[in-house]
Write a protein that binds this ligand. Structure first.
Ligand SMILES: Cc1ncc(COP(=O)(O)O)c(C=O)c1O
Length: 428
């Protein structure tokens, strides 16, 4: 069992600095009631892991693509720190604000950036922590030197949080934003690659695409796309809002110049936790947008973007706990499980001829997101029917495309099978 000293250490506060301990005493009592993480070889591993989440057992959440679910350890880390701030902020002697964990927004947060670098395989100096993906993309779009007539290529299936900062550059600076048409469903990686390569012109300076398209769940062939763009001197950015914790992301292998993403969907971190990565060789070309004392720090470029004024450290305690939880489950085990459940859903539904799919045909391009509709239904009708029949929550994505159905590690195979049954019942 964690001692009081361990608990205090885990939130970065020395025992000496703390005068009121009521909050932590309360934390200790609660922790005793929490089940330990299952052993990795436990045959009942996933059922036990489910109990690490506080999700009500009478409802089923299938919408991680919009917002993820925090495990209990994350909720506790956030709430402990939040309580501490409210009760004992007077402990803060403000001696060294570069180390003290009271407010975020001023420190380099290298201990968290290092963990992120381990997940996405890149140099943490190129990583900045941001509030979300929209911020991260805006920093890059605003920070690059582009002139009127320079082309930025993107697709017709980008999320506004990835796309709109480029629309600002178009309107403000005369940058030409070209939105290439990708099919839905996509058939194969080769099909996408050909469309993208054919769109390049001598004026193309930037390529920005989702690594996983949010409206179809399609995993694009990032490595091949970035290699083709790089060969033409094009700056490449992948929008990974839907990737980290859903599939493996390996920045070195992808070879992109920049990557943006978040932890509040597939990694179980609190909302308001995102990141940007820019290749250390290229990051000097990106101007700071939100500027404070580190704005011109070229020794630790990620710090330059991480420093963004007073922020909520409680959220970062949650992010740190979520990253530790991810490592405890294990990189492979986590992403394999997401894929296993997604494949189970897609395979089960494919037996029903009245179901139309909008995720890719090629199974290697799919993981935790499936997009489909049932003949005679709108997305809202299908979403509502899931709720009525099974208290299940996939998300409607419109009249034509039906629902986006996310599968994650807290979901069970039984829940997937029940969802397939519901669709089959609705189609008779
Ligand atoms: C592909 C994609 N890009 C960007 C975003 C925006 O992310 P955030 O809300 O973290 O800014 C989303 C959100 O769903 C998304 O799916």
């Amino acid at each position: 069992m964690a001692t009081r000293r361990d608990l205090l250490k885990s939130i970065g506060i020395s025992t000496l600095a703390v005068s009121s301990l009521a909050l932590y005493a309360c934390g200790e009592t609660k922790s005793e009631l929490v089940e330990a993480m299952p052993d990795s070889d436990d045959p009942d591993y996933w059922n036990k892991l489910r109990r690490q989440f506080m999700l009500s057992s009478d409802k089923v959440f299938f919408n991680t693509g919009t917002v993820g679910v925090m495990p209990r350890v994350v909720v506790e880390a956030v709430s402990k720190h939040l309580n501490y701030m409210a009760t004992d902020v007077a402990d803060w002697a403000y001696k060294d604000d570069s180390k003290e964990k009271f407010i975020s927004g001023y420190q380099d947060l290298m201990y968290i950036r290092t963990k992120v670098g381990k997940i996405i395989n890149c140099d943490p100096k190129g990583i900045a922590l941001t509030d979300n993906v929209t911020n991260a993309m805006s920093y890059i779009a605003n920070g690059l030197d582009l002139k009127a007539g320079d082309e930025v290529i993107t697709s017709n299936q980008e999320h506004p949080g990835g796309r709109c900062s480029w629309e600002v550059r178009e309107k403000r600076d005369g940058v030409v934003l070209k939105q290439i048409e990708l099919p839905k469903p996509i058939q194969s990686p080769e099909e996408v690659l050909e469309i993208i390569i054919n769109s390049f012109t001598p004026k193309t300076k930037v390529l920005m695409l989702s690594h996983i398209i949010s409206g179809s769940g399609a995993i694009l062939p990032g490595k091949e796309i970035c290699a083709a763009a790089k060969a033409r001197g094009i700056f490449t950015i992948l929008d990974g809002a839907q990737t980290v914790g859903n599939i493996k992301v390996d920045i070195e292998e992808l070879g992109c110049d920049a990557y943006v993403g978040c932890f509040h969907k597939w990694v179980g971190a609190p909302t308001g936790t995102g990141f940007m990565y820019v290749n250390p060789e290229k990051i000097k070309e990106v101007w700071t947008t939100v500027a404070s004392a580190q704005w011109d720090n070229h020794e630790d470029e990620g710090y330059r973007f991480t420093q963004r004024g007073t922020g909520n450290f409680s959220i970062l305690f949650g992010l740190d706990a979520a990253l530790d939880f991810y490592f405890k489950v294990g990189h492979d085990r986590w992403t394999d499980r997401v894929k296993f459940l997604g494949d189970r859903l897609r395979n089960g539904l494919s037996q029903n001829k009245k179901v139309k799919f909008f995720h890719p045909k090629d199974p290697s391009m799919c993981a935790g997101l499936s997009v489909y509709n049932l003949e005679g239904f709108t997305g809202t009708q299908l979403q509502d029917a899931f709720w009525e029949k099974g208290r299940m929550r996939p998300r409607s994505v419109g009249d034509v495309f039906g629902v986006r159905h996310s599968t994650h590690i807290f979901n069970s195979a039984e829940e997937i099978d029940k969802a397939i049954d519901i669709v089959n019942q609705l189609s008779v």
